[in-house]
Design a protein around this ligand. Structure first.
Ligand code: HEM
Length: 601
């Protein structure tokens, strides 16, 4: 109770302090605004309020609010204070205009809050457009995420996907649903951590636990500042008035940011120190960055801060985007079981009985690819991209965009614009069948990775993570809604945060039958381990299971059916390769044929 009262008092004190500050601030701003020269032909927008302009229109899901505004006010609208803070919604622009404007929109606004988190803009994502950014982006694309480098992490991804499958198998039952959001986030988290930190990440006290705490803190922080999209604090909103920095102190935002920054900085330092001390290299991302730091001929004199800034990009860019896309894809497929089945059939037919979808299989999975494309159209994880800033005066649809204008490109609205898409709100991957539209920045209707010079440099890796996770979830398990739940009950609400979150976790149950097969696999796996079955044992499946002591009751006819359906060689190869999925698959096929197989005890 005491805690609640003290929290209330402190909130009131904050509010009163803010009001006290607001009055002199209002005068200062009105004075300054009256002196500001207005450009000629600004985009239309709703009436503005003093100081905050149109900020109150943004709501807690700005991409949606801005989309509505553009429907009312036309092609390009919604700004607050030209120069200091302005946002042009480019959800409906002419393609020609976009092409002409793009060169003027290559830089990022210098947001004070992000200055700290990016080690004074030493990273790629937030650095202004200049020679430094060009070189850092080259390093990012050619050295950190080159196709060779991405490929070299294949084993890490395969291992972590197998861990996810095992974790789902172990922790769930057909009664208790799986928290897919948790499973997917933790998979991508482990993959990205291992790619960035290498072996040193595994088995350490920050393995999983501590690091995901940091990630959560970051996410919470981004959620708390979300409503100002792209202007992350009061100081960013009114950069010309240094006094307003006090507001950030009062609201506690500065303190929280500082603490979060220090935690992360300490964490990075620990790992970098280890990499610096050890003799042999792992070829993880820190190793590559340390190599560049030691290379005196490098165009950029890399320091520890450069390395840390790049790590920020990798975690900010790599964690959420791929996880959220996979979660939304599974959510939509759960709402459309016929599409899920179609995707599963494609994967299972193409991959066969290997037990896992491997990276090399993905190329053949055309339906899966358009499922991902459709997900990115509807649930683009960065709905307003990363804010851009206008470098030189330019025109969009005849409207003036003056230098220093902060520009948000509403790719979420573009992806749902009825002028470009039939039934835009419907999840319908088939719309991409036979279509050349892609997400690589060439088709302005679909820009989930942005476009132009600032397009996401890790698109290939991001897509690979999504496709691999999704393919394995669909291949290894049959999913259904938790008992008592209807399709309409699936919560599609978006949460706040700088990315497009699903507000509540996605909970799905394993189909009872599929779950049994998984249980059987686990049982057989243990038995093989215990009895140390020789790989060369000449056994057929039924004999093998009997010799191993698995008491499955087979009717005679089932045994016959098995012998007919699976030739001796095939079963031998399952056993030789310890391919329990294959064994389980035999059972599954028999069940599908209507045979009643029940486990003994
Ligand atoms: C499905 C996965 C991903 C999606 C949807 C995505 C989306 C985006 C978007 C929309 C942008 C802004 C582009 C613009 O302003 O025009 C961006 C930039 C960026 N992304 Fe990604 N991203 C993904 C994966 C990744 C991964 C895995 C990494 C790093 C390992 C990454 C690192 C970056 C960086 C560094 C930038 C800044 C580029 C620049 O300003 O030059 N992204 N991404």
């Amino acid at each position: 109770m005491a805690i609640i009262i003290s929290t209330l008092i402190s909130q009131w004190l904050h509010l009163i302090s803010l009001l006290v500050l607001a009055i002199p601030l209002l005068f200062l701003l009105l004075l300054k605004q009256s002196k500001t020269q207005q450009p000629n032909h600004l985009p239309p927008g709703p009436p503005k309020l003093p100081i905050i302009g149109n900020l109150h229109h943004f709501g807690h899901l700005p991409h949606r609010s801005l989309s509505k505004l553009s429907n009312i006010y036309g092609l390009s609208c919604s700004y607050t204070r030209p120069r200091a803070f302005a946002s042009s919604l480019l959800s409906r622009y002419r393609k020609r205009d976009l092409e002409n404007t793009r060169p003027q929109l290559r830089t990022r606004p210098s947001l004070l809050t992000l200055k700290r988190l990016s080690y004074n803009f030493l990273d790629v994502a937030l650095a202004p457009y200049n020679e430094y950014w060009r070189e850092m982006r080259r390093i990012f694309v050619q050295e950190l995420l080159s196709p060779k480098m991405v490929h070299s992490f294949g084993a890490v991804r395969a291992e972590e996907v197998a861990n996810m499958v095992n974790s789902i198998t172990k922790t769930c039952s057909s009664m208790w649903p799986v928290d897919l959001t948790e499973e997917i986030f933790s998979l991508i988290n482990r993959v990205i951590c291992r790619i960035a930190f290498g072996k040193s990440y595994q088995g350490r006290n920050f393995d999983g636990g501590k690091f995901s705490e940091f990630v959560h803190k970051f996410m919470a922080l981004s959620g708390s500042v979300r409503f100002l999209i792209g202007s992350f604090s009061a100081s960013d909103l009114f950069p010309s008035l240094s006094i307003v920095g006090v507001v950030d102190v009062i609201t506690g935002l500065r303190g929280r940011l500082e603490r979060c920054f220090r935690d992360l900085d300490k964490f990075y330092q620990e790992i970098i120190d280890e990499h610096l001390e050890r003799a042999e290299q792992d070829e993880d991302i820190i190793d590559v960055l340390v190599g560049i730091m030691r290379d005196e001929s490098s165009a950029i004199h890399n320091t520890l801060n450069h390395i840390k800034a790049i790590l920020m990009d990798i975690f900010f860019g790599g964690l959420e985007s791929s996880s959220l896309t996979t979660v939304w894809a599974m959510t939509e497929l759960a709402r459309k079981p016929e599409l899920m089945k179609k995707a599963q059939e494609e994967i299972r037919t193409s991959v066969g009985k290997k037990g896992m979808v491997e990276e090399g299989d993905l190329e053949q999975l055309h339906y899966l690819k358009i499922v991902v494309k459709e997900t990115l159209r509807l649930y683009t994880t960065a709905p307003l991209l990363i804010p851009r800033e206008c470098m030189k005066h330019c025109k969009v649809n005849g409207y003036d965009i003056s230098p220093k204008t902060r520009v948000m490109v509403n790719v979420w609205a573009i992806g749902r614009n009825p002028e470009y898409w039939d039934n835009p709100d419907m999840f319908f991957p088939e719309r991409f069948e036979g279509s050349s539209i892609d997400y690589k920045g060439q088709h302005f209707e679909l820009l989930p990775f942005g476009a132009g010079r600032r397009i996401c440099p890790a698109m290939t890796m991001g897509i690979l993570h999504v496709e691999l996770a999704l393919a394995n979830l669909l291949y290894c398990f049959d999913w259904k809604l938790p008992s008592g739940m209807q399709i309409e009950d699936i919560d599609m609400e978006e949460g706040t945060g700088i990315s497009l979150h699903k507000k509540s976790p996605l909970l799905l149950a394993l189909d009872a039958y599929a779950h049994e097969v998984e249980k059987l696999k686990e049982q057989v796996r243990n038995i093989i381990k215990e009895t140390e079955l020789e790989p060369s044992s000449q056994l057929n499946l039924v004999d093998a299971l009997q010799r191993l002591g698995v008491s499955y009751h087979f009717e005679m006819e089932i045994e016959e059916a098995m012998k007919q359906m699976f030739d001796h060689e095939m079963i031998q190869s399952f056993l030789r390769n310890n391919d329990l999925y294959g064994v389980a698959l035999c059972f599954r096929l028999l069940r599908q044929q209507g045979y009643n197989i029940s486990s003994g005890n």
